[in-house]
Ligand binder design. Structure first.
Ligand SMILES: Cc1cc2nc3c(=O)[nH]c(=O)nc-3n(C[C@H](O)[C@H](O)[C@H](O)COP(=O)(O)OP(=O)(O)OC[C@H]3O[C@@H](n4cnc5c(N)ncnc54)[C@H](O)[C@@H]3O)c2cc1C
Length: 261
């Protein structure tokens, strides 16, 4: 069984978010981490490796430094890494990103593709389902539990007020939630393997069935019209009424004042 996990290197937003003057993220000024949903997806793949001997490949698209996230994944137990990087791929929106990743996946063998539900920087949750659409695969999103049953996967899918139990024949794509599991730590042996691990690099020429009009900034239909900080709300007003009647009168007065009622 061959599993490919798509991993995005994202800025660590815990220490605050830094912006460039044009409103884009200043990625260089922030530490980079493995996207949390993707780490859970990787852990799920590693459990399939432990249980069924699955081969786990991790794939990322990004700048050459995104290779770090592949090495971290190999130190956790992944077998191989694929870095998709090329100048012409820069500035990609979700459409161009998923087109590119699908083009790279066409060059690889897989039974199961796992992506995170969403990346903590772009936050769109579009890339996983878009990849499935490009490749003509069934997709199960919001996975909280993944089991293999012969040539199918059975997935517990988080839903608003409950769960769906879904079965899909492989090959298929699953998007993982960070609640899926507790990812393992890197092992000393794994770190040693990661240093010597071979990471395959794909450039534009390696992408299969991908048109130039669908890659990079030029192939990105999403245009950012404006980016701005959120206006912070004020501290609010604290009122201690003498009685419930006073409280009601006060609230009704305020609502009338603002023409809400
Ligand atoms: C005009 C424009 C230009 C942009 N330019 C850049 C840029 O130059 N550099 C940049 O980093 N971002 C850029 N972005 C942001 C970029 O579009 C998104 O971050 C990217 O397309 C993924 O979308 P997302 O983060 O919402 O991912 P989601 O759809 O939320 O991600 C879902 C899952 O898809 C997988 N995935 C997503 N992206 C990748 C990836 N790169 N590699 C592997 N797996 C992935 C992961 O498993 C992830 O959990 C740009 C956006 C726009 C609109």
């Amino acid at each position: 069984m061959k599993v490919i996990v798509c991993i995005k290197q994202v800025p660590d937003t815990k220490g605050g978010v830094q912006f460039n003057p044009d409103g884009t993220l200043n990625r260089g000024a922030m530490l980079s981490i493995m996207n949390p949903d993707d780490k859970a997806g990787l852990e799920a793949a590693l459990r399939l490796k432990d249980e069924y001997g699955a081969e786990v490949t991790v794939l990322t698209m990004g700048l050459p430094k995104a290779a770090d996230v592949l090495q971290e994944a190999i130190a956790m137990g992944a077998d191989k890494g694929v870095l998709v990087t090329d100048r012409v791929l820069g500035g990609a929106d979700t459409w161009a990103t998923s087109t590119t990743i699908a083009g790279a996946l066409r060059k690889l063998e897989y039974d199961l593709i796992i992506t995170g539900r969403q990346a903590i920087d772009g936050d769109t949750a579009q890339v996983g389902p878009q990849i499935a659409e490009h490749l003509g695969l069934p997709v199960i999103s919001y996975a909280q539990e993944i089991k293999v049953d012969g040539d199918s996967v059975i997935v517990k899918r988080q839903y608003d007020d409950g769960y769906h139990m879904l079965k899909a024949k492989m090959p298929c794509l699953i998007t993982a939630l960070s609640e899926l599991n507790e990812p393992r730590y890197m092992t000393p042996g794994g770190i040693f393997d990661a240093v010597n691990a071979e990471i395959t690099t794909f450039g534009r020429a390696d992408l299969v069935d991908v048109d130039d009009s669908n890659i990079g900034l030029k192939g990105s239909p999403t245009k950012i019209a404006k980016a701005s900080d959120k206006v912070r709300k004020g501290a609010g007003e604290k009122v201690v009424p003498d009685s419930p009647e006073d409280a009601v009168n006060y609230i009704v007065g305020k609502l009338c004042e603002k023409h809400v009622i």
